[in-house]
Design a protein around this ligand. Structure first.
Ligand code: M6R
Length: 632
C-alpha cells in the first residue's frame, strides 16, 4: 500500500549532462510503483536550499500533467509517493509529501501510525497547525518539532537522522518514512518498521523504493534492509543504522527481474499480459525442481528433511487469492501426505488462539511477501515455536526473510492489482511441496504421485494451448454479458477455491455482485439467489478423474436450470454430458483433478479481464484497491 521512491544523485551524470534528474527519476519510479496505490501522487525535489512540491489527487497522470504545466527545477535529490488512502479522503491536501518546519521539511510515508491522534493533540497543544487529515502529517510535524528541539542545522550534519530516530521512538504502528530537509540539500533520511523499503545502489547516485521496481530502470544492485532501521542516502553513499543509532548492515543482492517485465508488451493491460505469461511462470516455478518420477528437489528451502518428516500438522496462512491457492494445496497435501492441513485467513489466525507448536509447519503464501496480515501470522507462528515456510514471489521480501525457509515461485513481477500468475505459481509451489513431503514421508500412492508429477510438468504447454484457443470466445461471452449485475460461481473439491477465485476476480475488477460457493452448499440456502437469466459459472469436475463428483455436479446444474439460471460451464474437453446441459461451455484440457485449477482458473481470469474491459473499467487499477496490502 502506497509506493515510495527516493533519489539522491549529482549533477553531471552521463545521461543528464549537467542538470540534476531527480524529478524524472522519481516520476519514473512512481509509474512503476503505481500498482501499490493510486488515490493520489506527489513528489518533492530539493533545489538550492528549497523544497519544491507538486501533488495531486487521483492517478499519476494527474501529477504528471501538473508537473508539465508547472515544471520543477533541475534537482539532484527527490522523494515521491503514490497513495492508497487510509487516513483522510483522496484529496490534494491529503496527498504526500507533507510539509512542516515552515515548508523546509518534506515527508512521505507508507503504513499506519496508530497513535497519531494522541500525538496530534500533543502537537496542537504546542501550537502546531495541521493542513491535512493524515497520520503522515503528524509524523512530519513531530519530526520538525524534534529537529528544532535538537537545534536544527546548528546541531551538525547528523541532526536529521537523530530527529528521525527520536520520532520513530514515539510512533506506534507500521511505517516507512522518507524525509528531506532544505538545510541538508543532498540527503534523504529514511526509516522503516514493519513496512517495506529497499535501497538501490547506482554509480554516483542512489535510490530508495518500496520495492525494486521503484528503481529497476536505473540499477539492478539492491540492498535489503532489516527491521527498525534508518538509512541516510546521498549520491556518494548509503549509511544504515538501527533505531538506537548503532551501525547496521543490509544484504546486497542483484535484481534479476527484467526491466521489460514491467511493460505491457502489446497487451491491452498488465493483467492480460500476466495471464499470458502463466505458461512460462509455471515453468519457472517447476524448473530444476521436479522429475517425472515425482522426485522433488527444493534447493535452498532452508528447512531440513528431519524437521519436515516430524511435522504433525500444517497450517496455511494467506489472504485473498493466495488463500485460495492455499486451499488447493490442502487437498493435495492431505491426499498425498496424510498430514492434517488447516487453511487460515492470516488476519484471523493469531486472534483465534490456534493450536500451533513445534510439530506444526506454518506455510505463509504471499505474492508480495509484504502483506501485513500474513507477516503478523508468521511472527505469531514463530513465537509459538512452529516452523514457518514462505511461498513467495518476491525475493528478499519481509515474509520470506522472517520465515525459517522459503519456496520462491519465480513468477516474475506481477504489476496488475488482480493476481493471476501469482495464483497459478502458488498452486504449483503448493503441489511441489505436497509431492516433496509425500516422498520424504513415504506416503501416497506411488503411481498416482508419478502421474501427478508427469502431468504437472506438462501443465505449461496445456495452459499455453488453452490460452491460444479460448481468448476470443471468452471476450465475446464477456461482451454479451457486460450488463449483468450479478454472477455466481460454484465448484466442488478443488473447484470450490477456483469458484471463489473467479468471483473475487469479478468483484475486484468489475464491481458487481459475484459470489463463489461450494456447489453442494447451494441447496442449503444460496439457491434462493437463482432467478431467470442469472449467470452461474460451474467449475465441473473431470468425468474420468472424479466420476462421482461429476455426477453430483450434473444434478446441481439441473437444479440451477430448473430455476431459470444460465449455466456457463468450465469443463474438460469431450465432456459431452456437461456440453448438453450448459448454455455455454468453456473447455479445459483433461488433467488429474488436483491439477485442474491450473487450467480452470485461467478461463475465469480471462473472463474477468474481458468483462471489466467490456464495461470500460481500468483492468489494472481497480477502484479502492492496492497491489500490496501493508496495513492490518
Ligand atoms: O501479496 P499477497 O499474495 O500476500 O496478497 C494477498 C492478497 O491481497 C491478494 O492475493 C489479493 O487478494 C489479490 N490481489 C486479488 O486479486
Amino acid at each position: 500500500m502506497c509506493g515510495i521512491v527516493g533519489y539522491a544523485g549529482r549533477v553531471g551524470l552521463v545521461e543528464t549532462g549537467t542538470a540534476g534528474r531527480a524529478a524524472s527519476v522519481v516520476l519514473e519510479g512512481l509509474r512503476r510503483l503505481e500498482y501499490r496505490g493510486y488515490d493520489s501522487a506527489g513528489l518533492a525535489v530539493m533545489a538550492g536550499k528549497e523544497v519544491h512540491v507538486r501533488k495531486r489527487a487521483g492517478k499519476l497522470t494527474n501529477l504528471t500533467a501538473l508537473v508539465e504545466a508547472d515544471p520543477l527545477p533541475d534537482a539532484v535529490v527527490g522523494i515521491g509517493h503514490t497513495r492508497w488512502a487510509t487516513h483522510g479522503a483522496p484529496t490534494d491536501a491529503n496527498a504526500h509529501p507533507h510539509l512542516a518546519d515552515n515548508d523546509r521539511l518534506a515527508v512521505i510515508h507508507n503504513g499506519i501510525i496508530e497513535n497519531y491522534r494522541s500525538l496530534r493533540d500533543r502537537l496542537v497543544e504546542r501550537g502546531h497547525v495541521f493542513r491535512s487529515e493524515t497520520d503522515t502529517e503528524v509524523a512530519a510535524v513531530l519530526l520538525a518539532d524534534n529537529y528544532r528541539r535538537l537545534g536544527g542545522d546548528q546541531a551538525g550534519t547528523g541532526v536529521l537522522e537523530t530527529a528521525v530516530r527520536r520520532t520513530c521512538a514515539d510512533l506506534e504502528g507500521s511505517f516507512t518514512l522518507l524525509a528531506v530537509h532544505a538545510e541538508h540539500p543532498g540527503l534523504i533520511v529514511a526509516a522503516r518498521r514493519d513496512s517495506p523499503l529497499v535501497v538501490g545502489l547506482g554509480d554516483g547516485e542512489n535510490f530508495l523504493g518500496s520495492d525494486v521496481s521503484g528503481f529497476i530502470d536505473f540499477t539492478r544492485r539492491a540492498v535489503e534492509l532489516g527491521q527498525d532501521q534508518v538509512v541516510s542516502l546521498t549520491a556518494e553513499g548509503v549509511t544504515i543504522t538501527d533505531f538506537g543509532g548503532l551501525s547496521a548492515e543490509g544484504r546486497e543482492f542483484t535484481v534479476d527481474w527484467e526491466a521489460a517485465a514491467a511493460t505491457k508488451d502489446g497487451h491491452p493491460s498488465f493483467m492480460t499480459k500476466e495471464i499470458h505469461e502463466q505458461p512460462e511462470a509455471v515453468r519457472r516455478t517447476l524448473q530444476g525442481r521436479l522429475d517425472v518420477d515425482g522426485s522433488v528437489t527444493l534447493g535452498g528451502l532452508g528447512i531440513s528433511d528431519e524437521v519436515l518428516k516430524g511435522i504433525q500438522k500444517i497450517v496455511i496462512v494467506a489472504c485473498g487469492t493466495a488463500s485460495y491457492a492455499g486451499q488447493i494445496a490442502k487437498y493435495a497435501i492431505e491426499r498425498w501426505c496424510r498430514i492434517p492441513v488447516e487453511v487460515d485467513l492470516a488476519h484471523e489466525f493469531r486472534y483465534r488462539n490456534p493450536l500451533v507448536d513445534v510439530r506444526t509447519l506454518v506455510v505463509a503464501v504471499s505474492q508480495s511477501g509484504e502483506t501485513m496480515d500474513t507477516l503478523m501470522a508468521v511472527r505469531y507462528a514463530r513465537e509459538q515455536g512452529a516452523t514457518v515456510l514462505a511461498i513467495c514471489n518476491t525475493v528478499g521480501a519481509t515474509i520470506p526473510r522472517e520465515s525459517d525457509g522459503v519456496l520462491y515461485t519465480h513468477a516474475g513481477p506481477e504489476v496488475a492489482v488482480a493476481s493471476t500468475k501469482a495464483f497459478l505459481t502458488q498452486v504449483t509451489a503448493g503441489l511441489l511441496l505436497a509431492l516433496h513431503l509425500a516422498r520424504l514421508r513415504g506416503t501416497g500412492d506411488p503411481i498416482e504421485i508419478s502421474t501427478a508429477a508427469a502431468e504437472l510438468l506438462e501443465m505449461p504447454e496445456k495452459i499455453q494451448c488453452m490460452l491460444a484457443t479460448s481468448k476470443e470466445r471468452i471476450a465475446a461471452l464477456a461482451a454479451a454479458m457486460a450488463d449483468s449485475t450479478a454472477v455466481l460461481f460454484i465448484g466442488r473439491h478443488v473447484g470450490h477455491p477456483v469458484a471463489m477465485e473467479g468471483a473475487l476476480k469479478l468483484k475486484e475488477l468489475a464491481y458487481i455482485h459475484a459470489e463463489g460457493f461450494a456447489a453442494g452448499e447451494l441447496k442449503h440456502g444460496a439457491i434462493a439467489l437463482i432467478h431467470e437469466g442469472l449467470a452461474v459459472f460451474v467449475v465441473v469436475p473431470s468425468p474420468a478423474g472424479s466420476p462421482i463428483l461429476h455426477a453430483k455436479m450434473m444434478s446441481t446444474i439441473q437444479e440451477i436450470k430448473a430455476r431459470g439460471g444460465r449455466v456457463i460451464a468450465i469443463a474438460e474437453e469431450g465432456d459431452d454430458v456437461t456440453a448438453g446441459w450448459s448454455e455455454t461451455m468453456l473447455t479445459i484440457p483433461s488433467s488429474i483433478p488436483l491439477l485442474s485449477p491450473l487450467l480452470s482458473t485461467v478461463q475465469l481470469q480471462l473472463f474477468a479481464a474481458s468483462f471489466a474491459a467490456a464495461k470500460g473499467l481500468d483492468v489494472d487499477r481497480p477502484r479502492n484497491l492496492a497491489k500490496s496490502v501493508t496495513v492490518e
